[in-house]
Design a protein around this ligand. Structure first.
Ligand code: URP
Ligand code: ZN
Ligand code: ZN
Length: 483
């Protein structure tokens, strides 16, 4: 008879495909059994009345990263993983971000050194490619893909990150040859810069004007454009942090054509609006991110996309800059114009509890969608499945247990990142995380951290099936040999 290290008993066990009441037996950090009335474990958790899902995967967060304008994120790997695990997340996939002129190999080494000994849960890396120079394209990226860095983010905006359309094509073609997933930040850089200059010159400097510069049209135009580039060379892509209706419609159109266009959205597009950037005093800068939050109607479009499968992934895009930091949200002082303020909002810890309470428990998304968005789809799209994102026998015992009765008022004082604000301060919700388990170890109970930094492991990623081209062409002759 198997003796388990831990048995989770009597919960509703949910995967992205089905749910049933039962027990999970855990042995040596892995899921060993699923069943009813399993033998007693060395430890036991009574999960009756609770929901038991795969631990969350946050596949878009910025940790120990220097932004393109030279500002450090407020969270390092210790505080970020502590915060994530207290919110039901058991794997994070932040970025190893290349600045122009840097070798990608060196960048990857640097980020490993930043994470070493500090993480409480498992982690992997996407690469940010801002300088696809000859060595990067010809040698570094192909070798890094083989080593498990099978996804990269590229940008159509930010002065120091932006790639031209031909550079985007270079990256897509490489991803096609080597089977990697390309994540794209889609906003029209020139249109935004032009608008921002004019807005600032006319005295419209407050954070709310960031929403005017980064309007929905610049997002949907760039979304349309990168989808067209991807279609041209027959390569799947994932559009990150989609904020509202017109960008969603571009993705729907692409999907209707049969294209493999994956999509991500984030809590800020469900729970914040442009009005939050228009708050009095200095508060508006707390909610500044790119693309910015839109309005209530757009929030409903995003909810619909989460419910009906338009969105594959729900990530935090945690990009933490403190309010009390003159190099953070107070950059440029109280009179700074919106272009000087670092973009980004925190969200690692609240991402899943908010989706659980406001999405699942309020009936906006099904249980299967909740699990798919929280963990399973990210694992599949980024090459971590089935080790992560599943409750299969043999998978890592990364598990989140959810309490539908727990009532919480969101406040920075209950969170565990290194921030001095949350944009969701004061929000009241019913339903929250109860327990987080990483590789069989209970790492957080009722929002309190238990794990020691240093136990997290690096996860090289497989080449994802999601990145396999469709095998279709817009050309009358097969010219795919040139890609
Ligand atoms: O405003 C944001 N999203 N900041 C983080 C960087 C990015 O583009 O994801
Ligand atoms: Zn981005
Ligand atoms: Zn981001």
């Amino acid at each position: 008879m198997t003796s388990y290290d831990l048995v989770i008993r009597g919960g509703t066990l949910a995967t992205a495909g089905e749910s049933f009441v039962g027990d999970i037996g855990i042995k040596d950090g892995l899921i060993a059994s699923l069943g009813r009335d399993l033998p007693k474990g060395a430890k036991e958790i009574d999960a009756r009345g609770k929901l038991v899902t795969p631990g969350g995967i946050d596949a878009h967060c910025h940790v120990a990263q220097i932004s393109s304008t030279g500002v450090w994120t407020a969270d390092d790997f210790e505080s970020a993983t502590r915060s994530a695990m207290c919110g039901g997340t058991t794997t994070i996939v932040p970025f190893a971000a290349q600045h122009r002129g840097q070798s990608l190999r060196e960048v990857v080494k640097e980020y490993h050194a930043r994470a070493e000994g500090k993480t409480s849960i498992d982690y992997s890396f996407h690469l940010i490619v801002s300088d696809p120079h000859e060595t990067a394209l010809g040698q570094e990226l192909p070798a890094l893909i083989e080593d498990g860095y099978t996804s990269f983010k590229i940008y159509t905006t930010y002065d120091a990150l932006k790639l031209s359309d031909r550079q985007v094509l270079d990256i897509l073609a490489l991803a096609r040859r080597k089977r990697a997933m390309v994540m794209i930040h889609a906003e029209n850089h020139d249109a935004m810069s032009w608008l921002a200059e004019k807005l600032i010159a006319s005295g419209r400097k407050r954070p709310v004007y960031h929403c005017f510069a980064h309007n929905m049209t610049v997002e949907s135009e760039a979304t349309h454009r990168v989808i067209a580039l991807a279609e041209m060379i027959d390569q799947p892509i994932l559009i990150v942090h989609v904020s509202g209706r017109e960008a969603i419609e571009e993705i729907r159109r692409a999907r209707a054509k049969g294209l493999k266009v994956f999509a991500e959205t984030c809590p800020q597009y469900l729970f914040l609006t442009q009005e939050d950037l228009d708050k009095q005093g200095l508060l508006g800068r707390m909610c500044m991110c790119s693309p910015p939050p839109r309005d209530k109607i757009n929030q409903e479009y995003v909810w619909r996309g989460l419910a009906d499968g338009l969105f594959d992934v729900f990530s935090s895009d945690h990009a933490p800059y403190r309010f009390d930091d003159p190099e953070g949200k107070m950059r440029g002082g109280p009179d700074a114009h919106f272009k000087m303020i670092p973009n980004g909002v925190p969200g690692l810890e609240v991402r899943l509890p908010l989706l659980y309470a406001e999405g699942l428990l309020k009936g906006r998304i099904t249980l299967e969608r909740f699990v798919a968005l929280a963990a399973t789809n990210a694992a599949k799209i980024y090459g971590l499945y089935p080790r992560k994102g599943s409750l299969a026998i043999g998978a890592d015992a990364d598990i989140a247990i959810w309490d539908p009765e727990r009532e919480v008022t969101v406040s920075q004082s209950i969170l565990h990142d290194n921030m001095d604000y949350t944009p969701y301060e004061g929000m009241k919700v019913k339903g929250w995380i109860d327990t987080t388990i990483s590789r069989g170890e209970i790492v957080s109970i009722k929002g309190e951290p238990l794990a020691k930094p240093g136990r997290g492991r690096f996860l090289p990623k497989d080449k994802p099936d999601a990145a396999i081209p469709l095998g279709r062409s817009i050309f009358t002759e097969d010219i795919s040999d040139i890609f």
